[in-house]
Design a protein around this ligand. Structure first.
Ligand code: NAD
Ligand code: UGA
Length: 464
């Protein structure tokens, strides 16, 4: 097969946008068109002002500036882009189902199926279809069935190429990934398709980091990787509670075990709980798949990772209530951070949402400051959760653009995202303007507790 010259990506979200921007930047000879049904999102990707890109990721603006208009295009013309491309990435969302069979666990594949049907309807030449979205193992079978039965007689190859980037470090991860995984059919045509995609990545990634497998291994490896990562967080979080009871310090324990090269130091940071759009959704999906094969022990094992995470979020909130003399009713609690981790504006499944929800049940007033999350997003998250109506959320929650205003007159501060800037604030000034005793609850283990205590704060951190 000759080298790929044109790529289309369906879905201009947190994965499609950055991933394709990097491919375009690194492969100037390939025309890359990212399409989306969301008109506002595409307009934002095309915005002259790079600060308005819909996804905030350090370094992404430079990459987009380099390639946009040269060989990188953002468009709403989905059919045209499919028609023109030799290789089509599907990078649409695959949320947890909220209805019907598998509700609350299985992945909702309606957007994937729509893409497959659209590709089948539009294609007039042979195409390689690449699953970039995270999908249940054996989804390629369904995609193949749609493509082969409703197509115009053109030939399709289906590859699985899951994405391992983490938000906040997406550009770094894409420029120098630990590995790129490509799964395809084991016959000659499948191998040829794999090679075509290997050649795209080989423009900047060393060949020994490009791993090829069969389709099912590739699909399952993505769910497995996220399950293992989330499991580490739940494991250290489980221990954080024991540390609090015994006088052990979770950071010291993490360091001590992480120096064992078999365990390794990463992903051992105890926190208020993992968030993000994927860990929970992917584990629930894994649980559902295991159950659907009758593997109940396997399902229960992985479900425990989610149970532990929910417990960690709840106990953080209930500890605030307990510490503030068992009532937060009418008290102002300031949240530093709303995003699910630093260096992103993404708030999906952020622990902050659930901590806020619990405190709102206790009638607290919540003041939120996050350097990258906008006011409408905070309200949107709480309204979507549906525990109370819009008016109640608007009355009880206030979003500030200035951290010092957010914390003024508050009884307590909860650090919910590990933004670096929080450490550099004028904490004396913050203390002076708070109600006394002034409390700081560090859900991220980033604050210098000793320094805060010297100022006069009552300080508590997860796992200490
Ligand atoms: P997202 O919601 O940010 O983006 C998905 C986009 O697809 C949306 O803009 C939506 O409008 C668009 N879309 C849906 N159906 C469409 C259609 N038929 N035609 C055109 N556009 C359509 O989601 P995301 O975070 O980019 O995640 C995408 C996939 O990648 C998911 O399967 C996710 O599990 C996986 N993933 C995400 C991350 C991450 O860090 N966010 C990392 C690795 C993998
Ligand atoms: C995660 C994986 O790291 C990516 O490899 C994967 O591609 C992605 O999910 C996905 O499939 O969506 P992401 O969710 O963006 O990436 O961010 P992480 O850095 O993994 O953090 C997830 C959550 O775990 C965050 O809330 C973070 O604060 C928390 N976390 C992480 C901890 O509490 N402790 C840690 O030690 C590490």
């Amino acid at each position: 097969m000759s080298k790929i010259k044109s790529i289309c990506c369906i879905g201009a979200g947190y994965v499609g946008g950055p991933t394709m921007s990097v491919i375009a930047a690194k492969c100037p000879d390939i025309k890359v068109t990212i399409v989306d049904l969301n008109v506002a999102r595409i307009a934002a990707w095309n915005d002259e002002n790079l600060e308005n890109l819909p996804v905030y990721e350090p370094g992404l603006d430079k990459i987009v500036a380099e390639a946009r208009g040269r060989n990188l295009f953002f468009s709403t013309e989905v059919e045209k882009a499919i028609d023109e491309a030799e290789m089509i990435f599907i990078s649409v969302n695959t949320p947890t189902k909220t209805y019907g069979l598998g509700k609350g666990k299985a992945a909702d594949l309606k957007y994937i199926e729509l893409c497959a049907r659209q590709i089948a309807a539009v294609s007039k030449s042979d195409k390689i279809v690449v699953e970039k979205s995270t999908l249940p193992v054996r989804t390629a079978e369904a995609i193949r069935s749609i493509l082969d039965n409703t197509g115009n007689g053109v030939k399709f190859q289906i590859l699985s190429n899951p994405e391992f980037l983490a938000e906040g470090t997406a550009v770094e991860d894409l420029l120098a990934p630990d590995r790129v995984l490509i799964g395809g059919d084991t016959d000659a045509a499948g191998q040829e398709a794999i090679q075509a995609l290997v050649d795209v990545y080989a423009n900047w990634i060393p060949k020994d980091r490009i791993l090829t497998t069969n389709v099912w291994s590739s699909e399952l490896s993505k769910l497995t990787a996220n399950a293992f990562l989330a499991q580490r967080v739940s494991s250290i979080n489980a221990l954080s509670e024991l540390c609090e009871k015994t006088g052990a310090d979770v950071n010291e324990v993490a360091r001590a075990i992480g120096m064992d090269s078999r365990i390794g130091p990463k992903f051992l940071k105890s926190s208020v709980g993992f968030g993000g759009s994927c860990f929970q959704k992917d584990i629930l999906n894994l649980v559902y798949i295991a159950k659907s094969y009758g593997l109940n022990e396997v399902a229960d094992y992985w479900e425990q990772v989610i149970i532990m995470n929910d417990h960690q979020k709840r106990r953080f909130a209930s500890n605030i209530v307990k510490t503030l003399y068992n009532t937060v009713s009418g008290k102002k609690i300031a949240f530093l951070g709303w995003a699910f981790k630093k260096d992103t504006n993404d708030t999906r499944e952020s622990a902050a949402i659930y901590v806020a929800d619990d405190l709102l049940f206790e009638q607290a007033n919540i003041a939120v400051y996050d350097p990258k999350v906008e006011e409408h997003q905070v309200y949107g998250d709480l309204n979507y959760l549906g525990s109370r109506n819009k008016e109640e959320n608007a009355n009880l929650v206030t979003v500030f653009n200035d951290p010092y205003e957010a914390v003024k007159d508050s009884h307590a501060i909860a650090v919910l995202t590990e933004w670096d800037e929080f450490k550099n604030y004028d904490w004396q000034r913050i203390y002076d303007n708070m109600k006394k005793p002034a409390f700081v609850f560090d859900g991220r283990g980033i604050m210098d507790g000793g320094k805060l205590q010297e100022i006069g704060f009552v300080f508590q951190a997860i796992g200490k």
